[in-house]
Design a protein around this ligand. Structure first.
Ligand code: IPE
Ligand code: IPE
Ligand code: MG
Length: 233
C-alpha cells in the first residue's frame, strides 16, 4: 500500500524535564538531548518528503518558568541555529520562526532574521519553530491586524479563508498531523484555529526519546486514519 504522507506535521515537544529528572540530571540536560530529537525528526521529515515540520519550542506561558531556565532555552535556540545552518543549506531546508517576536532579545531576533534570510530561498522542507507563541495570542493579533487594515464593511464580509491571512501562519497549510509527546493529552494553547481538522497523536514517549522509529510510528498511525471532514464516506 502506498504510504499517505502528511504535508504538514506539527509537534508539541514535551517531556524534556522529566527525561532529565529520571536520570538524576538538571532539566537543561533534557533540553539539550531534545535538540538531538529535533535534528533526527527534521532529517526524517526531509527523507520522507514532508513539506512542513513545525515545532512548538516555547509557549507564551513558558515565560513564567524560572528565569535561568528561560535564559538557558533562549541560549540553546541561539546555539542550535549556529550549529545547524550548514545542515539547513545542505538539505535545502527553509527556516521560519513564528510567535511574539517582540518578547525576544535583540540578539536572538537578529540571529533568527539572519537564519531566515539565509534559508529563504530553500525549496525543500520548511521547518517552522514556534517561539513565544500561543494560539489565543495569534488569533488576537490577527483580529487587531485585520481591524487596522480593513474598513468596517470589509470586516463584515470577511470569510474564514481571508482571516487565515492575518494569522502568523499565513501561507502555511494547516497541520495534517499534530504529535504531542510525554503523555499529556492537551494542546496547551498551541495552534487553536489551525488545528480545526488536524489528526491528533499522543504518545507517552518523552521528547528526548522521540526519534525516527517513533516518528515513523506516528506516520503509520496517520496513514490509517480516515479523514472525513464531516462528510459521509
Ligand atoms: C518541553 O519539555 C520543553 C519546553 C516546554 C520548553 P518540558 O520542559 O516541558 O519538560 P517536562 O514537561 O517538565 O518534563
Ligand atoms: C507546551 O509544553 C509548550 C511546549 C512544548 C513548548 P509545556 O510543558 O509548557 O505545557 P504544559 O504547561 O504542561 O501544558
Ligand atoms: Mg512540559
Amino acid at each position: 500500500m502506498e504510504e499517505r504522507i502528511p504535508q504538514h506535521v506539527s509537534i508539541i515537544m514535551d517531556g524534556n524535564g522529566r527525561w532529565a529528572k529520571a536520570r538524576g540530571r538538571e532539566r537543561v540536560f533534557g533540553h539539550m538531548e531534545g535538540v538531538e530529537s529535533v535534528r533526527a525528526c527534521l532529517e526524517y521529515a526531509v527523507e520522507k518528503g514532508i513539506k512542513y515540520l513545525s515545532l512548538y519550542a516555547f509557549s507564551e506561558e513558558n515565560w513564567n518558568r524560572p528565569k535561568d531556565e528561560v535564559m538557558t532555552l533562549m541560549e540553546l535556540m541561539m546555539k542550535s541555529m549556529k550549529n545547524e545552518i550548514g545542515r539547513f543549506m545542505k538539505y535545502n531546508i527553509r527556516f521560519v520562526v513564528l510567535g511574539n517576536r517582540a518578547r525576544l532579545s535583540d540578539s536572538l531576533n537578529a540571529g533568527i532574521d539572519a537564519m531566515m534570510a539565509e534559508t529563504a530561498g530553500n525549496t525543500g522542507t520548511t521547518c517552522v519553530v514556534f517561539l513565544s507563541y500561543s494560539g489565543k495570542w495569534d488569533i488576537l493579533q490577527a483580529m487587531k491586524k485585520a481591524a487596522a487594515s480593513l474598513s468596517a464593511q470589509e470586516i463584515q464580509s470577511l470569510e474564514i479563508q481571508d482571516f487565515d491571512k492575518y494569522l502568523v501562519t499565513a501561507g502555511i497549510p494547516d497541520p495534517d498531523l499534530l504529535i504531542r509527546t510525554s503523555g499529556e493529552i492537551r494542546i496547551s494553547n498551541y495552534l487553536l484555529w489551525q488545528c480545526a481538522y488536524t489528526e491528533f497523536y499522543f504518545t507517552d514517549v518523552l521528547w528526548p526519546d522521540f526519534r525516527k522509529p517513533q516518528f515513523q510510528e506516528a506516520l503509520d498511525e496517520y496513514a490509517r486514519r480516515d479523514r472525513r471532514y464531516g462528510k459521509v464516506k
